[in-house]
Design a protein around this ligand. Structure first.
Ligand SMILES: [Zn+2]
Length: 293
C-alpha cells in the first residue's frame, strides 16, 4: 500500500466504524469520543430455590386433566449485565408460614440460591416483580440494596401506601413489606406496557395473571430472551396455545403469549414461570442454575 492509499484508509476508517456502530444500535461517536460503548447485554439464568411436589396441572393449564400432577420448579431469574449490573426478576418466598403451608422440597432461600449462581445477593441492584403473588414477591427483603420495580397499576390495585390489602391476591404480610419499602423510597412504579426500564431490559403487560402482571424481554448475545414468569406457567401453554389456568382474562393471556413469541429471537428463549423442564433444556452450569442461551 502506498502512502496516499494509507492516508485514504486512515481518513475513511472512522466513518466506516461510525456506520457499523450506528447500524448495531450504538450511539454515534463524536469527534471527542471516537469509541462507541457497546449496548448492554445480559446473561440470563433461571435459578431454582425450591420444588413444590405433585402440584395439580389443572391449576396451571386451562382445562388440563384434573388427575395430572407435576413437581413444579420455584424460580427466580438473574440477569447479569455486561455493565456489571445484576438484576433479578422476582424474589421468590422465604417466610416461615409459606414454607409450612406449601411443604416445598429442596428449599433454600432465594438469597442462597442467587449466591449459587455466583452473585452476592447484596450486589443485586434491581428486582423486577412480575406480579404480587407470595411466591414471587415475598423475598424482596432478601435483597436490601435493590430497587423494586413493579407496575403502578399492579401496586395501586392490590394495596395502599399504608400496606392495607385492597385485593387478596397479595398476602397481607407482603403488602406491609412492599409498602414499607415504598416509603423507604426503593420502589419504582412502572407506567404500563413496553417500557425499557433499564438499558436492554423492557417490560410488557397484558398477561393478566394478576391485575397488571408483567413479563420481561432481555437483550442477550443470543438475541432477545423473554422471562414470562407466570404469564406462561409451562412450555405446554406456549406450545399448545393454551391460556394459564389462573388468569383474569384468557384472551388477553393468549395475546400476551403470542407477543412473547414475536418478541423472543427464538421460541426456545421464552422462559416459563414454573416448568422444571427449563433445567433439562438448559442443563448448564447445573446445581439448580440454568443459563438460557
Ligand atoms: Zn408463581
Amino acid at each position: 500500500m502506498d502512502a496516499s492509499m494509507t492516508r485514504l484508509v486512515r481518513r475513511c476508517a472512522p466513518a466506516i466504524f461510525l456506520l457499523a456502530s450506528t447500524a448495531l444500535g450504538g450511539v454515534a461517536a463524536t469527534r471527542d469520543e471516537p469509541y462507541v460503548a457497546a449496548p448492554t447485554t445480559y446473561e440470563v439464568y433461571a435459578i431454582r430455590y425450591a420444588t413444590i411436589p405433585a402440584f395439580r396441572v389443572s391449576g396451571l393449564i386451562a382445562s388440563a386433566d384434573t388427575s395430572r400432577r407435576m413437581d413444579i420448579a420455584m424460580m427466580v431469574w438473574l440477569l447479569k449485565g455486561s455493565d456489571g449490573r445484576n438484576v433479578l426478576v422476582d424474589a421468590g418466598f422465604h417466610r416461615e408460614d409459606f414454607v409450612r403451608r406449601w411443604h416445598p422440597s429442596e428449599f433454600v432461600t432465594p438469597r442462597e440460591a442467587v449466591a449459587r449462581a455466583g452473585v452476592e445477593p447484596d450486589d443485586i441492584s434491581d428486582v423486577i416483580i412480575s406480579h404480587v403473588h407470595w411466591d414471587h414477591l415475598d423475598g424482596i427483603d432478601l435483597f436490601p440494596k435493590a430497587r423494586i420495580w413493579i407496575q403502578r397499576d399492579e401496586f395501586d390495585h392490590h394495596l395502599d401506601s399504608a400496606g392495607t390489602v385492597k385485593d387478596r391476591a397479595i398476602d397481607a404480610g407482603d403488602a406491609k413489606l412492599l409498602a414499607q419499602i415504598a416509603r423507604d423510597g426503593r420502589v419504582m412504579l412502572v407506567d404500563g406496557d413496553g417500557r425499557e426500564i433499564i438499558p436492554g431490559i423492557t417490560v410488557y403487560t397484558g398477561g393478566k395473571h394478576t391485575f397488571a402482571s408483567q413479563f420481561v424481554a432481555v437483550r442477550t448475545t443470543s438475541g432477545t430472551v423473554v422471562v414470562a414468569s407466570d404469564n406462561a406457567y409451562l412450555y405446554e401453554n406456549l406450545a399448545r396455545h393454551v391460556p394459564i389456568a389462573q388468569t383474569l382474562d384468557a384472551a388477553s393471556n393468549l395475546r400476551a403469549q403470542a407477543r412473547m413469541l414475536s418478541l423472543a429471537s427464538d421460541p426456545r428463549l421464552i422462559v416459563p414461570g414454573h416448568d422444571p423442564e427449563v433445567f433439562v433444556r438448559f442443563p448448564a452450569p447445573g446445581n439448580g442454575v440454568a443459563r438460557i442461551q
